[in-house]
Ligand binder design. Structure first.
Ligand SMILES: Nc1ncnc2c1ncn2[C@@H]1O[C@H](COP(=O)(O)OP(=O)(O)OP(=O)(O)O)[C@@H](O)[C@H]1O
Length: 283
């Protein structure tokens, strides 16, 4: 087992690390520098969000962490080891649920095992138990078209969690949902990941969501994508589940700080953005 470095406070081990990471996409019109000189360490069990304007490289960061491709320069480490490709230790959850319509919810949850050819006895019961924990006690035998959008995202979360990843990469998983369902799911995901001690990196355009769910918020700016700021969420907010954090003292000040940071470097935010007005400007 390699010696793991500690996070910036020396409190816990580092699970994810980007060191001097730059990435250029090469196309027919030449190379385009998407990220430049990123340094970031995510502690074990920490919840970090990435925010910034469209095109600042948020999804590229997740792709590098997931090992979908290597960076042009720099190092990406998972528990001190170079990431060389996709790993079962890292789960990915996206805006779309990508449930197969012809498979039951239970069989969708277990699809990774079926693809690998290692579904074992008891897998169905484990899937149903996990679905029940995520608020879908009777969904195992149903089909995706019978479920609402929020229920389908819960099923997608179950599919991600059942493989037992240490890390969850969340790429705008709530952005297609209406506000009430989105708030319920933010709480559910926050509570579930906290209970299981998972490390999480969330990409979102919603500054209030980032502020409510995270321990730290990383603000990226574009052209090329660089880290403009890393904002620590105050300890008293971190302890609260997202719907409670949104109502707590200190939340508006945190939101304003993020909003102003995005406005200064991200192009567009003006003084006085409100909590309900938290979409990062799109280009
Ligand atoms: N496969 C690709 N080939 C070429 N350029 C790409 C590719 N993927 C992303 N880019 C470019 O890299 C930059 C960063 O893209 P990325 O998708 O990581 O940004 P983002 O912050 O996630 O954007 P959004 O918020 O719109 O999803 C953008 O300029 C984008 O056009």
């Amino acid at each position: 087992m390699p010696m793991l470095s500690k996070d910036r406070n020396g409190e816990r081990n580092v699970t994810l690390e980007l060191t001097g990471v730059s990435h250029a996409y090469v196309g027919v019109r030449g190379a385009r520098l998407a990220l430049e000189g990123l340094n970031l360490a995510v502690g074990t069990g920490e919840f970090v969000s990435l925010v910034g304007p469209s095109g600042c490289g948020k999804t590229t960061v997740l792709s590098l962490l997931a090992g979908l491709f290597p960076p042009s320069r720099g190092r990406v480490l998972l528990s001190g080891q170079p990431v060389r490709g996709p790993s079962a230790r890292i789960g990915y959850m996206l805006q779309q649920d990508y449930l197969f319509p012809w498979r039951t919810i239970r069989d969708n949850v277990l699809i990774g095992f079926d693809i690998a050819g290692n579904r074992n006895a008891g897998a169905s019961e484990a899937a149903d138990a996990l679905l029940a924990e995520l608020g879908l006690p009777d969904a195992g035998g149903r089909y995706p078209h019978e479920l609402s959008g929020g229920m389908r995202q819960r099923a997608a979360l179950a599919r991600t969690l059942i493989a037992g990843p240490d890390v969850l990469l969340l790429d705008e998983p709530f952005s297609a949902l209406d506000m009430t369902i989105k708030l319920q799911l933010e709480d559910l995901v926050w509570e579930t990941l906290r209970k299981l001690g998972k490390t999480a990196v969330l990409v979102t355009h919603d500054l209030a969501e980032a502020a409510a769910m995270s321990e730290r918020v990383v603000v990226l700016v574009a052209d090329p994508g660089t880290i403009a700021d890393v904002v620590d969420v105050p300890a008293e907010l971190r302890r609260l589940k997202p719907t409670e954090a949104r109502k707590a003292q200190g939340f508006n000040a945190l939101f304003d700080r993020l909003w102003k940071r995005i406005g200064r470097d991200g192009g567009g935010a003006e003084e006085g953005g409100g909590v309900g007005d938290g979409e990062v400007p799109q280009e």
